[in-house]
Ligand binder design. Structure first.
Ligand SMILES: [Zn+2]
Length: 513
């Protein structure tokens, strides 16, 4: 579920990479003299995706729960006079913006690239506070999407106290990769049993909020079944799908928490406390869908949200729009999203550690995790449809069926090149952090890196060679053993590969059959 090309605009519609930006500032910023730079050391925690930025109500200082010395997490607020500010990243300049997404005020540094709105407007709040609005969103009362700049503004009614809690999302445009969210995760070095890494007979379990339409109730399990047929059944999987109705959403959260309580995994009360508010809570997926519908913007989210300590793969999803017949998105896109998420289960099944950091690092660089999931999803989805294992929806305003395999990969190639040109992303491929201007590149360029590796070995190389070696060897040694060179050598080759023309690179893609 990557970028969606909408019918409304010729420019690429950004799917999850919402570019809304809004930052609450206190007196320090407001009192700055024109053209005087006030440097705020806004520390965006990396790696974990679970750190909190806060605004101190007294000093108005913006801080985070943990510090980092990285240059790229420092932001420069330049007062331009007349309530105008510019916010720029110290290391990266204006290309890197601080963004907020959805009503939960998730803050993330977006690879905003050419879509970024980089000018800011300071506005007074009714409670006496101030806020920075993206200049491109003139109307602060509505969430605006500007297809030209990609800027999204925040609704004013959401400017409540929640503004003082910011979460850095390690997410990308396509899904939330939530690490370390498990409320009772163990850090004692325990490992899951060997059976965790073996295919299972346990069928995936799906849970839908009451207002989720039948077309989704059929479509999501169908897609996962096809993915399982191709890749094997790794589980147990729990896949929780939210609708847009708040009460139906809460009822589903209650069901989730009762299930945890019944299994003696988590007390109902603690679970409800965690899963009904804040980012990455289960209920947040309902709010995301409801907001998107209200604002007429086809954004959504799905993610593999851990579950390891319960011995499961836990997924959550907002309402899939394509299978719901909304926004002109084809159901095929949603199928591909399910493939992508399920491939994360396949990846995670091949690591047994219950220690968060070890699991996070053990998965390897982001391009490998996400590019692997994305390439396997696009290729697997096309294969499943071409073989008649999977329904062809073809119901939206654009086509994303198996017949578009090369076109979809071509789009990824073009965008990956743009990001690489702008941010030097091939040099960033070593990164294990999602919080990187090259995050989008890691998905789309990563899919091409995986396509290249697969073309040199086999399309099933991750399943048959790499993943079975991961637990014992560790990521780098498993990479070398599988692909016969070290990652750095491969990155140099990939650099040359990406310098080719589209027609040349498309020729490495497998036939879909
Ligand atoms: Zn992913």
């Amino acid at each position: 579920m990557n970028r969606i090309k909408g019918g409304l605009s010729s420019s690429l519609r950004v799917w999850f990479l919402t570019l809304a930006t809004l930052l609450m500032l206190g007196a320090t910023g407001a009192n700055a003299q024109p053209n005087q730079a006030v440097e705020y050391n806004i520390v965006m925690a990396l790696d974990e995706g679970n750190f909190r930025l806060s605004v101190d109500p007294d000093s108005k200082a913006v801080g985070a729960s943990e510090q980092s010395d990285g240059d790229h997490v420092k932001w420069l607020f330049t007062h331009l006079g007349a309530s105008r500010y510019r916010i720029t990243n110290v290391a990266l300049g204006g290309k890197y913006s601080l963004s907020v997404k959805g009503t939960g005020f998730e803050v993330f540094m977006g690879n905003t690239g050419p879509y970024s709105g980089q000018s800011w407007r300071l506005s007074e709040r009714s409670d006496g506070g101030t806020q920075l609005l993206n200049k491109a969103s003139q109307d602060k009362n509505s969430l605006l999407f500007d297809p030209g700049t990609g800027a999204v503004g925040m609704p004013a009614e959401n400017d409540g106290n929640q503004l003082q809690n910011w979460y850095l999302v390690s997410a990308s445009m396509s899904d939330r990769e939530v690490f370390g969210q498990d409320p009772v995760a163990q850090d004692d070095g325990n490992r899951l049993p060997a059976s965790w890494s073996k295919p299972t007979d346990v069928q995936p379990a799906f849970f839908f909020a009451e207002d989720v339409p039948d077309s989704v109730r059929d479509g999501v399990p169908e897609a996962m079944q096809a993915a399982i047929e191709l890749w094997g059944n790794y589980g147990p999987v729990e896949y929780w799908v939210m609708g847009v109705d708040p009460e139906a959403g809460e009822a589903l959260v209650e069901e989730f928490c009762q299930r945890r309580d019944d299994a003696k995994q988590w007390s109902f009360r603690q679970c409800m406390n965690r899963e009904t508010k804040g980012q990455h809570s289960l209920l947040d997926y309902q709010q995301l869908g409801a907001d998107a519908l209200k604002e007429g913007r086809p954004s959504g989210s799905a993610g593999h949200n851990g579950g390891f300590q319960w011995g499961i793969h836990r997924f959550a999803s907002s309402l899939p729009w394509g299978m719901s017949g909304k926004f002109g998105i084809p159901g095929d896109e949603d199928q591909k999203g399910v493939f992508h998420e399920y491939f994360h289960a396949v990846q995670h099944a091949h690591l047994r550690t219950l220690e968060h950091q070890a699991r996070y690092k053990g998965m390897g660089p982001v391009w490998f995790v996400e590019g692997g999931a994305e390439y396997m999803a696009v290729y697997g989805h096309a294969t499943a449809q071409a073989r008649g294992m999977l329904r062809v929806w073809d119901n939206g305003e654009f086509a994303a069926t198996h017949k578009q395999f090369r076109k979809i990969m071509g789009g990824k190639f073009r965008r990956a090149k743009e990001w690489d040109r702008e941010f030097g992303c091939i040099k960033e491929m070593v990164s294990i952090s999602y919080d990187n201007p090259c995050r989008s590149f890691f998905y789309e360029g990563g899919a091409w890196a995986m396509a290249l590796l697969a073309s040199q070995t086999s399309q099933d190389v991750l399943l048959n060679e790499f993943l079975p070696q991961l637990e014992d060897k560790g990521w780098e040694a498993a990479f070398v053993a599988t692909f016969d060179r070290d990652p750095d050598t491969f990155y140099a080759e990939f650099d040359a590969f990406m310098n080719q023309r589209l027609g040349d690179v498309l020729s490495i893609l497998p036939k879909i059959n």
